[in-house]
Ligand binder design. Structure first.
Ligand code: GUN
Ligand code: ZN
Length: 491
């Protein structure tokens, strides 16, 4: 018999759950039960041995439990803390110039085209579909200066069930492409219109974010007014900071009365505990301290930083300063729209700092996994809602199915001599770095209550422990196995 009447559960899963906590960058919970309420929230996550007790408490029958296969597991949805939706139209090309020339030659002319709503609709639909396919269940988007197409981006994002912040870009300075800018007054009025329309729409998972492009695109008046607007409505804020050395020098020149780049945003009320700033490669210790004091976050975009030859963010140093940090693709400065790519590049950049003896150690892949999930949720102020499988959060998850038939990896029996856990570590490294390919994907959308919820996105990974075992090639620990699956999808 059940205890007191409880609201019915939407799902009960039994199997493996892998996520990060603040004390453990990758926790593997084998044979656990997770319950999801009708409103999409996690109501319990306990060892499967507790099934009888949970069934009484939550009133479910054994036939209602969906058992994952041995090789399957859930992980949290990936969080892209910085992506330019409009720039997806040229992702994968045009990364042959440094930032300021790149903006002038490629980016501004393309963004200018988004006044055409048909064009915007095509690109925005594709970027939302693609990022979901890549496992990004939450994205922090820059649109363009056009209010209506930015509203369209929000509508499309909501329609597909992706969680997002969407920003109408603000810029009243543009010397090199003057047709792509607004007057100060229009920028403010249109941001107010954008925010008020977004608040009217009251999307459950898509929210507005105040978006001054960067200090070089905004007059002091505009920055100040945007800061006040964000304060009045308690809004999130996003921008760029200290990405490239020429940019930093130009900001110094344009804002001589400010202490540094951080001070430009700070004194205009744009550095708050709801702010996420992309890059920050050249921030000083003093500036990081201000970030920490304000509770502002950084978005580390390693692909972009390498592709545009911008710089190296020292993530370990940022973490030492206890500044919130997540990962971003920064499409299209970054050519990949996959957060899995961002994870690998973050480790690569950290390795470069190690090689150059700037750091004594590198960021581990597990730590990078945490940055892409829990870290990202914190950077966007969503840590109470998503990021891991804590009870009370939304069940925002990817179901990983490693039994895909088209594995790109060749295993050799010689790889598996000696101590297996030691050997596996080496093989994981090999898998991580050796291949680069996309994998088939299948997504599932269910209707829960009044809204559509991406219950979970199914990613199919190209390695299967059972297959390896049946070939008598390997018998690895489960921890090693799941880590292997995760690093493999990161290719
Ligand atoms: N700084 C100002 N605008 C941009 C942009 O669109 N991309 C990147 N990477 N940096 C910027
Ligand atoms: Zn950017």
């Amino acid at each position: 018999m059940c205890a007191a009447p409880m609201p019915p559960l939407a799902h009960i899963f039994r199997g493996t759950f892998i996520h990060s906590t603040w004390t453990n960058p990758m926790e593997v919970l084998r044979d656990h039960l997770l319950g999801v309420s009708d409103s999409g929230k996690i109501v319990f996550l306990e060892e499967a041995s507790q099934q009888e007790k949970l069934a009484k408490e939550w009133c479910f029958r054994p036939c209602e439990v969906r058992e994952l296969s041995n090789h399957e597991f859930f992980m949290p949805g990936l969080v892209d803390t910085h992506i330019h939706a409009a720039q997806y139209s040229f992702a994968g090309s045009n990364v042959d110039l440094p930032l300021l020339d790149w903006l002038t030659k490629y980016t501004f002319p393309v963004e200018h085209k988004f006044q055409n709503l048909d064009f915007a609709e095509e690109i925005y639909t594709r970027v939302v579909r693609r990022t979901l396919k890549n496992g990004t269940t939450t994205a922090c988007y820059f649109g363009t200066i056009h209010t209506d197409s930015s509203l369209l981006l929000a509508e499309i994002t909501d329609k597909f069930g992706q969680r997002a912040f969407v920003g109408k870009v603000c810029m009243d300075l543009n010397v090199t492409v003057p047709e792509y800018k607004e007057t100060t007054e229009v920028s403010i009025e249109e941001t107010e219109r954008f925010v008020s329309r977004m608040l009217q729409k009251n999307y459950s998972r898509v929210k507005p974010i105040v978006t001054p492009r960067f200090s070089l695109s905004c007059s002091e008046t505009l920055l100040g007014k945007l800061g006040n607007l964000a304060k009045t409505h308690n809004l999130h804020i996003q921008s760029h900071i200290s990405e490239n050395s020429s940019e930093v020098a130009a900001v110094k020149n344009l804002f001589p009365d400010y202490k540094n780049y951080t001070d430009v945003y700070d004194r205009n009320n744009l550095l708050t505990n709801k702010t996420v700033m992309a890059h920050g490669c050249y921030l000083s210790a003093e500036e990081l301290k201000v970030f920490r004091e304000r509770g502002a976050a950084l978005s580390h975009c390693p692909n972009s930083n390498l592709s545009l030859s911008s710089g190296f963010l020292n993530v370990l140093e940022v973490m030492k300063h206890k500044v919130k940090i997540g990962l971003g693709t920064d499409v299209a400065g970054g050519y990949s729209s996959s957060m899995l790519d961002a994870i690998r590049r973050a480790v690569m950049v950290s390795n470069i700092l190690l090689i150059n003896k700037i750091n004594e150690k590198s960021l581990s892949l597990k730590e990078a996994f945490r940055l892409a999930t829990l870290g990202g949720s914190q950077a966007l102020g969503l840590e109470k809602e998503i990021g891991n499988f804590e009870v009370g959060k939304e069940f925002d998850a990817l179901l990983i199915n490693p039994k895909a038939s088209d594995s790109p990896i060749d295993l050799f029996s010689g790889d598996f001599f000696g101590d297996l856990s030691e050997e596996m570590t080496e093989i994981l490294k090999k898998f991580t770095w050796a291949e680069s390919r996309w994998y088939p994907f299948q997504a599932q959308c269910k209707t829960l209550g009044l809204y559509q919820l991406w219950d979970y996105v199914v990613l199919r990974l190209p390695c299967a422990r059972a297959e390896l075992e049946s070939q008598k090639i390997v018998s690895c620990s489960w921890d090693d196995y799941f880590f292997l699956c995760l690093v493999t999808v990161f290719t």
